[in-house]
Ligand binder design. Sequence first.
Ligand code: CTP
Length: 399
Amino acid sequence: MLQGKCVVLGVSGGIAAYKAAELLRLLVKAGAEVHVVMTRNAQEFIAPLTFQTLSGNPVHTDLFNLIQEQEIGHISLADRADLVLVAPATANLVGKVANGIADDLLTTTIMATRTKVLFAPAMNSNMWSNPVYRQNQTKLEGLGYHFIEPAYGDLACGWQGPGKLPDPQVIFTAAQTLLGTNELSGKTVLVTAGPTREELDPVRFLSNYSSGKMGYAIARAARNRGARVILISGPVNLPEPAGVETIQVVSAQDMFQAVMAQAGQADLIIKAAAVADFRPKLRGAQKTKKGTAEALTVELQRNPDILAELGRQKGKRILVGFAAETQDLLKHAREKLVNKNLDMIVANDVTQEGAGFDGDTNIVRLLTGDGKIEELPQMSKDGVAEILLDRMIALLPSG
Ligand code: CTP
């Protein structure tokens, strides 16, 4: 896919520098010619030989090495590159570029290039939110530099928050988009995420533990691959992804209406939302008072099955559902695949450690209409999203 593309991979000195090796492997596997430029600090974290071996090219480290300069020259590297990709990009590196400092080979290459530059920042979450850093990134974005938002999670410094280098696969697909080699350009992807809330009265509701993380990861991944993405989300505590059209809903009925209004435009639909199957038959206009009652019975009534309705109006669309189960996983997942007329279902046993609603990882199996089952190991939700999209793209009618 990246045959004939020249990528300069800049590695600056953060603990995540080792992940750049995996990113390099993905770029080379896709056919790109990759030249790695490391800062001095990056070499404290990972040896240049690793990158040299994986790229098959010498690694450039020193601005003033005359032999290196003769062979490649930072100006020629900067000229030849189709993309300069910096991963990880430290706060220091971004700060230097934003302020015109070019005091090593990497910052000089970035300064000298006229091609696209993509930064994948990774740093401590306080540094990430520091106004000085924010200003630097905003300034560069305003000047046309590209950024990938960092992932949220446990950081090497012991903090939890935004600042983690995203999965190499996520960075790779963002690079692909900028290189214009993306499989989802021109396609519309509709994703639902999160729980729904079914109100009992103005202060109470029925819901479930869905965090929305899986659906949001899919929306970001589809956006990174060049798709127009419509995300229909129940109430969650996640930031709306940049570059995604997000529609906020509350109840299953709201979600039903929003999905049906948008589905006509979609080429691929992924229903990751955990939709409540029932809602209270009556919604109290005022807060329900307990009075002297020892028990209370709430009558529930069925919500529309959004996915089943989409299955009935499927057309040429690729339709994928989720099955969150606590028992007989494969049996229930297969029934849903068939009954809802899906192309694929993502089955996960939500009782398993490392899988399910709230965590950052998932353990899933992908079941397709041809009877095949693909078992994926435990991985980040971002990683699951990428593989899921790979499989969906393979199902798209060609041409
Ligand atoms: N779903 C939906 N609308 C509903 C219920 C579920 O669109 N009213 C979708 C979910 O988004 C998910 C899939 O159907 O993609 C399976 O949801 P799940 O809750 O696992 O199963 P149900 O269909 O509700 O079946 P059951 O209650 O038997 O588990």
